[in-house]
Design a protein around this ligand. Structure first.
Ligand code: HEM
Length: 538
């Protein structure tokens, strides 16, 4: 219309009418465009004039949203995004809304004030294809079954009483680790893979408690390497943001090949779990104290519908064992590996820790768990390791059951919550200007973070998560990491090999749900206790 009026002259009265008409149309079009923009804006940020906006966040791609922007270390990318958009920001993974908490204050709001609204995990292909279609504990819907599984684990493994009853198991595995390391280093003179050795120790201790026998009879053989590889592969797969989970139309295509790999891995785990069960069923001593015997007993003897409506079958048992073996082994051993790496990079801290161990334990025996309460510097070293190297940097996802308000923003029902535990533990607002430095003294009496602990009450340091779905194996994991680190540091001096210096030691992280080292730590152990202190007795 405007074009017509410019190009075709018209009589004056008519021309005025046409111009008024055109102006009206122009204004109406502008108003419509502004209205459309406002509606689009409100849809993105709120549902109505009095409804709160959604948290800010970066623009995503069509269809995939922000998935292609996550990079190979999503916790790093998300830390950078928090610096741009604030400690609570929003992402879109395909059709799923995601919010990320990146400060202690925001994490506390979600995991303390709104914890009851975030008790479930979002649907995902790992839970479906690996964890027996959500029949496990980690992905179980919040409710009576989840509660029964946690109670069972607490009663037989993780309560103070169960933990104490199993202390000799952990101590014996720590002792065997020392013996193995000594044999290895004295026979071959070659450096050892610290993480792999710690993994054998952690896995065997847990296996004795869970299924009544060691998984690796002869230390780090092919079987041990294969098992650790299986756990690492699972964590790597679980760490992939699977496009099929977020773009339902692409699920059948499995564009990253993740589901195929999950199904193959599941079959390997399933054979292993079947093996544990049939072996236990055929043992003369089928009434062991291990968790598997207890569950088999419950399966045989509980009535079809007991008062809690919880009946365990083979699949429940396999799913729970799978959780314990995957959530409880590599998390623990890789933390020990990071601790040793930090100590090698900080020889003054290592010396101070060895002095404390010598003062409390002496040089005629190995550390025991009853020594641990007196080892305050050790506790500080462990906290500092969990701070800089939390084994689950993005925690495990939760999902909002209902709409809620957090920090003036609306978080709609169905939104996935990710807590960037890694970024929170490096936040200078919580940790000061030396946040990136390894400085255990901050946790000592008179230090800046003297009262801070890792058990889920201090939100600036939550390596085990917090709230109702906090790590079920916290007590075991913490005890095991502390005992193994103390034992390795007390029993050996450690040196780098091949001209490597502490300053050059590679501290790069690998990709995955858990925080592996990109390059395994290889060290040469040199015994430092009296020979009678248990290096030789197998
Ligand atoms: C260094 C050691 C460990 C770390 C850092 C760690 C970390 C975590 C984290 C961050 C979560 C998610 C918590 C949340 O959603 O808020 C979790 C859950 C879980 N962890 Fe651990 N974990 C460790 C050791 C263990 C051990 C030793 C076991 C068992 C043997 C275990 C079993 C579990 C289970 C079953 C869950 C799921 C709990 C639920 O959904 O109710 N973890 N862990």
């Amino acid at each position: 219309m405007i074009c017509i009026c410019i190009c075709m002259p018209a009589p004056a009265a008519n021309q005025q009418a046409i111009m008024d008409h055109d102006l009206l149309l122009l204004l109406a079009s502008l108003a419509a465009a502004v209205l459309a923009a406002a509606v689009w804006h409100l849809r993105g940020h709120a549902n109505g004039p009095n409804v709160l906006p959604l948290p800010p966040g970066p623009r995503g791609w069509p269809v995939l949203g922000n998935l292609p922007q996550l990079g190979d270390k999503p916790h790093h990318t998300m830390a950078a995004l928090a610096r741009r958009h604030g400690p609570l920001f929003r992402l879109r993974f395909g059709s799923a809304d995601v919010v990320v908490a990146a400060s202690a204050k925001v994490a506390a709001t979600f995991l303390r004030a709104h914890d009851a609204n975030f008790t479930d995990r979002p649907p995902n292909s790992g839970a479906e294809h690996v964890a027996y279609n959500y029949q496990d504990l980690v992905f179980a819907p919040y409710g009576a079954r989840w509660r029964a599984l946690r109670k069972l684990c607490a009663l037989h493994l993780f309560s103070a009483r169960a933990l104490d009853a199993l202390r000799y198991v952990r101590q014996e595995e720590a002792r065997l680790m020392v013996t193995r390391l000594h044999l290895l280093s004295s026979s071959s003179g070659l450096p050892v893979a610290v993480g792999q050795e710690a993994n054998v120790c952690a896995t065997n201790a847990l296996a004795l408690a869970a299924v009544g026998r060691r998984v690796f009879g002869h230390g780090v053989g092919e079987g041990a390497r294969e098992f650790k590889d299986m756990v690492v592969e699972l964590m790597q797969l679980a760490g992939v943001f699977n496009i099929g989970d977020f773009v339902p139309a692409l699920r059948w295509l499995d564009p990253q090949g993740v589901v195929g790999k999950m199904k193959r891995l599941h079959r390997r785990y399933d054979r292993m779990m079947d093996g544990f069960i049939s072996e236990r069923e055929h043992l003369a001593d089928a009434q062991g104290n291990d968790l598997l015997s207890v569950m088999l007993g419950m399966m045989r003897h509980s009535p079809p519908d007991d008062d809690q409506g919880i009946n365990f079958n083979d699949t429940d048992i396999k799913a729970l064992l799978l959780n314990l073996f995957t959530a409880g082994t590599d998390t623990t051993s890789s933390t020990v590996e990071w601790a040793l790496a930090e100590l090698i990079r900080h020889p003054d801290v290592l010396k101070k820790l060895q002095r404390e161990l010598d003062d409390v334990v002496g040089n005629e025996r190995l550390v025991t768990e009853s020594d641990l309460p007196q080892l305050t510097f050790l506790a500080a070293v462990i906290k500092e390791t969990f701070r800089l190297h939390p084994s689950t940097p993005l925690s495990l996802p939760r999902v909002a059951a209902e709409d809620c308000e957090v920090d003036g923003y609306r978080v709609p029902k169905g939104t996935t919550l990710l807590v960037n535990v890694w970024a929170i533990a490096r936040d200078p607002d919580s940790w000061g200007p030396d946040a990136l430095e390894f400085r255990p003294a901050r946790f000592l009496s008179g230090g800046s973070h003297e009262s801070v602990d890792v058990k889920g009450a201090d939100y600036e340091l939550i390596p085990f998560g917090a709230g109702r779905r906090i790590c079920a194996g916290l007590s075991w994991g913490l005890r095991m990491v502390t005992l193994m680190t103390a034992t390795l540091v007390h029993a050996f001096d450690w040196s780098l090999v091949d001209g490597m210096t502490p300053q050059k030691l590679d501290m790069e992280e690998a990709y995955g749900l858990t925080l592996q080292r990109a390059v395994p730590l290889m060290l040469q152990p040199v015994p430092r206790l009296l020979p009678s202190a248990a290096y030789y007795t197998v």
